[in-house]
Design a protein around this ligand. Structure first.
Ligand code: G6P
Length: 363
């Protein structure tokens, strides 16, 4: 097994470090190199949906929440994102031109599979976004797009989410192209950004790990964490909190930072730190003022941020800046590495956390 880990202490660490290659592999066959245009031949026969319902669990659900924002803003397709275990037991309103997108790394999650079957029973077509080739969800979907991330062994999902975000970006670009919505230049800028990501990420991961290790030691005694973000960073905040809970067993809550004032801020004190995402986007000034409110209650803050921003927190964590929404691809491994380093420092079983399974195939 240690050979399979390729010299890494855990599969999780190996899989985090595989992410530059994962992005590269996801893009294989999906970029027309002559024109620098997105291509998703798997979906050419399918009409662009009128409305999309994304159904998923866990980390895949967080990827869906992120993808919704790009699909709505670029392709102007309204998107409803739902936890599969909820979707399957309500009476969702599904119209004939709607489409369900089932996101599942394993392709075997029982609730997501049940959501897929419910949609098909109602005559709605399903696209499966899966990693495992030939899995049940892939087989039962009307159309399937594979994330091509390679086997993921660690129970806590890392590289699979990176591949899902890549595909969701491509999907938003692809539907926007088919609908003739986004300016060609803008779309090509996004494609160039995606193609350049593996190199930027590869160059950043070693320093990211050092920073994560340092912060993990500084904050390892915390009993609770908030993870805060807005806009595209909100799903990442949810994912950061989930990673920390899953493998370190430290209580963590992900919140949209604008919601803090509606209750959660009551919990902040010097022993309840916050992990914030304060990247250089349109919502940065809003996030900054939310963080000032946390500091006013004595809360310590780690913040993923970009050079040149005027953020004053206990531990700013500077990431290299790339094009617009693609900054998620650098924030995600930072969140994963922090959770990893905390869990490893506390001596937890990183790859096999208690009470959890890689794939939940029974209800
Ligand atoms: C389990 C795993 C999670 C995963 C979730 C959904 O709970 O521990 O890491 O995100 O299932 O899995 P899927 O294979 O459907 O993406």
């Amino acid at each position: 097994q240690s050979a399979q880990k390729g010299g890494y202490k855990h599969f999780m660490l190996k899989e985090i470090f595989e992410q530059p290659r994962v992005i590269h592999d996801c893009l294989l066959g999906r970029v027309d190199h002559a024109t620098n245009e997105v291509s998703l031949p798997e979906l050419d026969a399918m009409p662009v949906p009128k409305r999309l319902h994304i159904v998923a669990c866990g980390t895949s659900f967080h990827a869906g929440l992120w993808g919704k924002q790009l699909i709505e803003s670029w392709a102007k397709v309204p998107v409803n994102v739902e936890i599969a275990s909820e979707f399957r037991y309500r009476q969702p309103i599904l119209e004939p031109e709607d489409m369900v997108l089932a996101i599942s790394q394993s392709g075997e999650t029982i609730d997501t599979l049940a959501g897929l079957r419910l949609a098909k029973e109602q005559g709605v077509k399903v696209v499966g976004l899966c990693n495992v080739v030939g899995s049940t969800i892939a087989r039962e979907s009307n159309y399937v797009v594979y994330t091509q991330a390679g086997p993921e062994i660690s129970v806590a999902s890392t590289k699979a989410m990176c591949s899902q975000l890549t595909l969701l970006t491509l999907l938003a670009l692809y539907w926007s192209r088919r609908k003739g919505l986004m300016a060609d230049d803008e779309r090509k800028k996004a494609m160039r950004g995606l193609l350049g990501l593996p190199e930027v990420l590869e160059a950043s991961l070693p320093a990211m790990r050092d920073k994560a290790r340092f912060l993990a030691r500084t904050y390892s005694e915390a009993k609770s964490f908030f993870y805060l973000g807005r806009g595209l960073c909100y799903p990442l905040a949810l994912e950061g909190a989930l990673k920390l809970k899953e493998i370190s067993y430290i209580h963590a809550e992900g919140y949209a930072s604008g919601e803090m004032k509606h209750g959660p801020i009551a919990l902040v004190d010097p022993k309840f730190p916050t992990f914030a995402l304060a990247l250089n986007d349109a919502l940065y000034p809003k996030v900054k003022s939310n963080l000032i409110e946390v500091q006013a209650r004595g809360g310590k803050i780690i913040a993923l941020t970009h050079p040149g921003l005027d953020l004053s927190v206990d531990h700013p964590w500077l990431l290299p800046e790339v094009w617009g929404p693609l900054n998620a691809f650098l924030a995600l491994p930072a969140l994963q590495l922090f959770a990893y380093e905390v869990a490893d420092y506390l001596g937890k079983d990183v790859d096999q956390p208690r009470n959890l399974a890689k794939s939940v195939t029974v209800e």
